[in-house]
Structure formats: C-alpha cells, structure tokens
Design a protein around this ligand. Structure first.
Ligand code: GCW
Length: 722
C-alpha cells in the first residue's frame, strides 16, 4: 500500500516537472546523454578522468566546456585528476601543459597556431586520450572537436585527429544597428543590447561565443556595414569593448564598421578626403583610441561608395586611396581593413554585374598589405544561385576575402528551409582557371593559389534575439555550415549536414540520413521555385521576400525586368559578346564554357543567355516547358521535404518537430505562390500553355500582382496565398 502511494506521488512529481524545453536555444551544443547503450558504455570506459593543467581565461572556458559536455553526454561526473594514473584519462592542454612522456610534437608541427591534435595514447601502461594544441585557443577548438565526436556518436577508442584551419580570419559580419534592428535580419532584434551595455552583459553573449568557437569562428564584426559613425564615439567603444571582453577567451576578435564620413560627422572636420592630412590624422588618432578600448581589435570593415554610402570617390579618390588610409591607421596595431567590393551605380552605364570587377581589378597591387578586399560570392547579390564572382582569381596581388550571406535575404529568410552548405560548397569548388585547371575559388580564398599572406572569409550573420537564435531551427545549420567550411573549405557539405543533424536532432541512422538528404536538396528546391535556370533578382522590391518579376523601377539595376529581360522572343540576360559581355571577365576556359550555348550549364543558362521560348534544352524540352518543369520540381521538392519530416516525427522532440512542420507548410504555400506568380507572368510573353500534366495556377496574374508580403516577420504574412 505504502509502495503504491509512494509510486503514485513519484508519478505525479514526474508529470508536474516541466519537460526540458526543446526550443532550439542550445543550438548544436545540446550534450544529451548518448542514446546508443553500447556507445555509452564505450564512452564511459574511455572517459573517466580529466587531467588539465595550465591557467588562462581560454583554458578556463575550455575546462568549463569539456566538463559541461561530458556531464551531459556521459550522464555522470568525471573525476578530476592531476596525473593520468588510471585508464580512461583525458589529458587536455598545450604541449607545455602536458607531461613530458606525451610526445605529439610532430603532429602539432602540422596544425598551425589554432589547430589541434586529438589522439588515443598510452601513458605508463594507462590508456587515455590527449587533446592538445600549440595555443590555448587550439586547445579550446580541440575540446569542441572531441565533444563533436561524442555528440555524433563516433567510436573514440582509436582517435587520431589532427586539424588546423585553412583560412586565417573566419568571421561573422553582423548588420546590426544602434536601435537593435538588424538589416536583413530575420531572427528578432540584434543580440547586442546597446542601451544596457557596457554595464549589463546578456548571458547570450557567452553562448554566442561558445557556438562560434565550437565551429572555429574567430572574428565578429558587430555593427552594420551601412555604418553609423556613433559606434566610434567613446561611449559606444566602451560598449563594444565589453562585448570584446566576453568573446576574447573564446578566441574571437571584434571588428567594427567604419563610416567613411565619420571625421565630418563626429570629428568636426570639413572633409573626409582620404588624402587630406587632417583626415588621416583623425583616423590614426581614432584608431589608437579604439585600441585603447579593445587591445586586440581586429580592424575595420568598410562599405564605401556603395548604395549611397560615403567613400573616397566623393573626393575623386580611388578605393585604394580610401582603403590605404585605414590601413595606415591600423598598421601600427596589427589590424586589417576589409574593404568591400560590393559596388555598383546606376550612373555607370554597364551591366551591374560587371561593375565590381571593372572597379577593383585595375587596383590590384595598389593596396597596402593589411588591406583585404571582401568580395561577395557572386557578382550580383546573394541570389539563390549565381555564378562565382569573376574577381576570384583576378587579383593575385590583393588578398580577397569571401563574403557569404548566411541570413537568407533572397532564399525565403526565416521560414523557408534552405541548407546553404550546398551553396557555399558549390562556390568554393568552382574552378576559376586563373592558373589552369584546379584553380578553385577555395584556393583563392585560402591563399594557396596566389600565396596571399592574409586570408579570410566572412558570413553575414543570421543570429538575433530569437530563442532559437536564427529565426528557424534549420537556419542554425547555415551558421554551422559556414563555420565548418571556413575552417576547411574542402569539406563536403553533406558530411557537415550529417554532423549537424546528429548534434542537433538525433543519432538515429535512418533519421539522420533522411534529414541530411532533405537538407542537401533544399537549396536546389528554392532555386527551382524562385529563380530556375539562372534567373535572378525577381524578388519583390525592398524586402526581397516574395515574387515580383513584373516590377520595373526607375532604377533599372534594382528592377526584376532588367534582370530577366523576358520578351516575345525569349528570356534571359545576354552577357555574351552580343550583349553586355560580362562573360569576358572570366578566364578563357570559363568564359568559353559559359558563352557557348552548347556548353553553358542549364543552372546558369539565363544568367548568360537570352534564350528563345521554343529553343530545345539538353532535357529535350523547350525552354518554356523546362521553366514550367523546374518551377514545378521546386514545389514537388517541398512536398518531399514535408513527407520526409513527417517520417522522422518519432526521432525529433515534439516542440521542434511542430515548428519545422509549420514552417514547411508556409514554404509549400509560398513555393506554389512563387511558381504561379512567375509562370503566369512569363506566360504573357511566351504565350505558351502550361502543359496539362502540371497543376494550373489557381489565379490570374493580376491576383499575384496585388499580393503584398511584408518584410517584417511580426506583421501578418501573405495569408491570402492559396
Ligand atoms: O544584399 C544587399 C542588401 C542590403 C545590404 C547590401 C550590402 C547592408 O539588400 O541590405 O546592405 O546588400 O551588402 O551592402
């Protein structure tokens, strides 16, 4: 009887204890108990004690992290030892903190300053594991890598891992404003609580740092490139310094965006001319001041003479004059300036996609050696698909950084599931032929092609104040994939997705495979239902969310009609010699492949060619039929994604399952909206029917043209979409 009463109350207790909220806030650092019993037994036998010497802020957080991770994964505490005196020791530290009998000098010689070595070893007859590196931050990265092995349920009895980053600067660019709005942010407000800083530090700063360090990110530009000079005032430098203090132990340096006209706006000068001595002195003094606040400040990110931002051309100076001014101010402190190549102007009569190359290529060799030129992955603007920017490979004397956009401005933003690992990989593996076959974009970025002394890669951040950090559960995977590829640009996006799914959702083999394959195909799905066959920039004006291929603005370079050029003959932008000849900016092998209708891949066909509606493509279908086919394939892919997700229901917690499911429902509706809006519009030119085998658009064109979809996710969406 007593037993029954006790049992009963235990049950009540259990039922009333709130379940651990699976809201996505833990990202991929969930550290849940290993689910496979055999694996758990292996881990418990192999990891019994922690031996960790050495003191530093970075080693402290490394210790904190490994204990936290092991506690969760093993579901028990590990013993802290001073010596590896029992089987199952894990010894962690830089070589100088280890014991002399562990010799890993040879491996450490290969992994560089930030790399790590994880190896199964025997010391004095005791079996254990060593996690070591040349620096403290390398140790931290090693700890995260070890925890990843455990979280992904890998065997750990015979570890022999050695890894170092291929790229030096691996950073996130936040487009965060002073009022906590985020340009192109779809995850709530900015992380940085400017009004409460520097006195109050949100605990999220530290979790942000942990997440970044876990994937090797070592820089954060914390302010918008559409910059506000106020960020450079002492009041705000103190706030940035407070953030830098939290990020520092995690190996992350802070960068700031510099508004070119700051000397006028906050310095009281009459000019911002980069060759004016007073202006140069102002920046030198300002930079000294920044370093007094943030001694390891990384440098400036600058958007100049782009989309209305001030810049050196306002004073008839070149981008090199502008960049070099900052470089000179930063050089005494070891900082770098990241000068963005995202420039175009409606006053320049050429094709917008040619302008960055035309502007920057002639400047190769004119930049100081602490200038890096930051180039978007494609020549236009973060579209679902673009060919790689022709600048990659074209500036052998100037270190070019890659700029990817993790926040999916043009790929469905918060709600649509699109795994960008596939996009990043496609660009990194693209062959520029700058020095013959095999001259991939990755080799430009990692410096190996042109022996750049500095190397870097930036991702426009998708994080914000939302509980799940990124606006959706799956958007987390894009942050993750960016970091992993920044560390190793040759890694397969499929493997990265596999790890992410295991760390984030489940280690169940079948479920992992299903979710991973869904992710791999998701980006192409978006390409198909938004901009198939090399179409681009046919999104609605301003917010860039829904379709609006019919829009014609007074600025052609912002107009969808400028980009698709549909007419009674066909569709597409002729960028060959008979058109804008943008294709000539590529090295001959690439140029010839793209310029030739017989060899250009369908994926970029309409980017380079104006193609007749009735022309036959490689599929045997006419262009029009192919367009219809692709738009429908996009919708079908979303149906497949919905089915896949339903199939993994048992492997995913109900909270996140539901959230993803409801977003997929939005995506399905909106994929059809995209398809029907685009096809009914393009049909006004092609005058061809949508083959009967396909679902016919539910409404006439006029209906789609009057739909409005607000950019703000908190406002009602396009509810009327069928
Ligand atoms: O993609 C476009 C965006 C702008 C952005 C700009 C840029 C920060 O629509 O919002 O401004 O690119 O990269 O500078």
């Amino acid at each position: 009887m007593l037993r029954r009463i006790l049992l009963g109350s235990a049950l009540i207790l259990l039922a009333s204890r709130p379940a651990l909220a699976e809201d996505g806030s833990e990202l991929w650092l969930r550290y849940r108990k290993t689910s496979d019993p055999a694996r758990l037994a292996e881990y418990r036998a192999t990891i019994q004690s922690l031996v960790m010497h050495g003191e530093s802020p970075t080693l402290t957080v490394a210790r904190e992290e490994i204990l936290r991770g092991l506690r969760g994964i093993l579901d028990r505490e590990v013993t802290i030892d001073t010596e590896p005196t029992r089987d199952g020791f894990v010894i962690v530290g830089t070589a100088s903190n280890l014991i002399p009998s562990i010799n890993v000098a040879r491996e450490l010689g290969k992994v560089g300053k930030e790399g790590y070595v994880i190896r199964s070893i025997t010391v004095g007859g005791r079996k254990g594991t060593v996690i070591t590196a040349n620096t403290d931050v390398g140790v931290l990265y090693g700890v995260f890598a070890f925890l990843r092995e455990l979280q992904t349920s890998k065997p750990i009895r015979k570890l022999a891992i050695a890894s170092g980053p291929a790229i030096q600067i691996r950073m996130l660019d936040h487009w965060d404003n002073l009022d906590r709005s985020v340009e192109r942010g779809y995850a709530g407000k900015a992380l940085w609580e400017w009004s409460k800083l520097p006195d109050t530090l949100s605990p999220r700063y530290k979790d942000y740092a942990r997440a970044n360090a876990s994937i090797g990110i070592n820089g954060a530009s914390i302010t918008n490139v559409n910059a506000n000079a106020k960020f450079l005032t002492p009041e705000y430098l103190a706030k940035s310094a407070a953030i830098a203090n939290v990020l520092r132990p995690y190996g992350i340096r802070v960068y700031l965006t510099a508004r070119f006209s700051a000397p006028i706006e906050i310095g009281g000068l009459k000019t911002a001319d980069p060759l004016d001595p007073a202006v140069r002195k102002w920046w030198a003094d300002k930079t000294d001041e920044v370093y007094r606040f943030i001694p390891d400040f990384g440098g400036y990110v600058v958007k100049a003479n782009s989309e209305g931002q001030p810049g050196p051309q306002d004073y008839k100076r070149t981008h090199a004059d502008g960049a070099n001014m900052f470089a000179d101010a930063l050089a005494p402190h070891g900082g770098v300036v990241m000068w963005r190549a995202f420039v175009y102007s409606q006053d320049v009569p050429t094709d917008r996609v040619k302008q960055a190359y035309d502007e920057f290529k002639p400047l190769d060799g004119q930049f100081r050696d602490n200038v890096m030129v930051q180039v978007k992955n494609g020549p236009l603007d973060f579209q679902p698909r673009e060919p790689f920017s022709p600048l990659f490979g074209a500036m052998p004397k100037t270190p070019l950084m890659m700029e990817f956009q993790i926040t999916k401005e043009y790929l469905g933003q918060d709600t649509h599931l699109a795994y960008l690992g596939a996009l990043f990989e496609e660009v990194l593996r693209a062959d520029t032929y700058a020095k013959g076959k095999g001259s991939t974009v990755a080799k430009v970025i990692d410096g190996s092609l042109h022996s750049y002394k500095r190397t870097g890669i930036a991702g426009v951040a998708n994080v914000g104040s939302d509980v799940n950090w990124t606006g959706s559960q799956f958007n987390q995977s894009n942050w993750y994939a960016f970091g992993r590829l920044a560390w190793n640009p040759r890694e397969a996006s499929r493997d990265i997705a596999d790890d992410w799914v295991r760390e984030t959702f489940t280690n169940d083999q079948a479920a992992v495979a299903r979710i991973r394959e869904m992710m791999i195909r998701s980006r192409e799905a978006v390409v198909n239902y938004m901009t198939p066959l090399g179409l681009a920039h046919i999104m609605a004006t301003g917010h860039h969310y829904g379709p609006a291929p019919w829009v014609k603005l007074s600025r052609p370079d912002w107009s969808p009609t400028y980009y698709h050029r549909a007419d009674s003959i066909g569709i597409g932008f002729d960028r060959t010699a008979t058109g804008s000849n943008a294709v000539a900016q590529y090295f001959p092998a690439v140029r010839d492949r793209y310029a030739n209708r017989k060899t250009v891949p369908d994926s970029v066909l309409l980017w380079f060619h104006h193609v007749g509606w009735g022309e036959k493509l490689s599929s045997g279908r006419t262009l029009w039929d192919e367009l219809v086919w692709r738009y429908n394939a996009g919708v079908t892919s979303v149906h497949d994604m919905q089915r896949t997700w339903t199939n993994v229901q048992d492997n995913v917690d109900p909270e996140r399952f539901k959230e993803v499911q409801s977003f997929l429902a939005i995506q399905e509706k909106e994929a059809r909206w995209w398809r029907d809006a685009a096809l009914t519009y393009f049909q006004t030119f092609s005058h061809r029917p949508i083959p009967a085998a396909f679902e016919q658009p539910a409404h006439p064109l006029a209906y789609y043209q009057q739909l409005r979809c607000p950019a703000d996710r908190n406002k009602p969406r396009c509810e009327a979409i069928p």
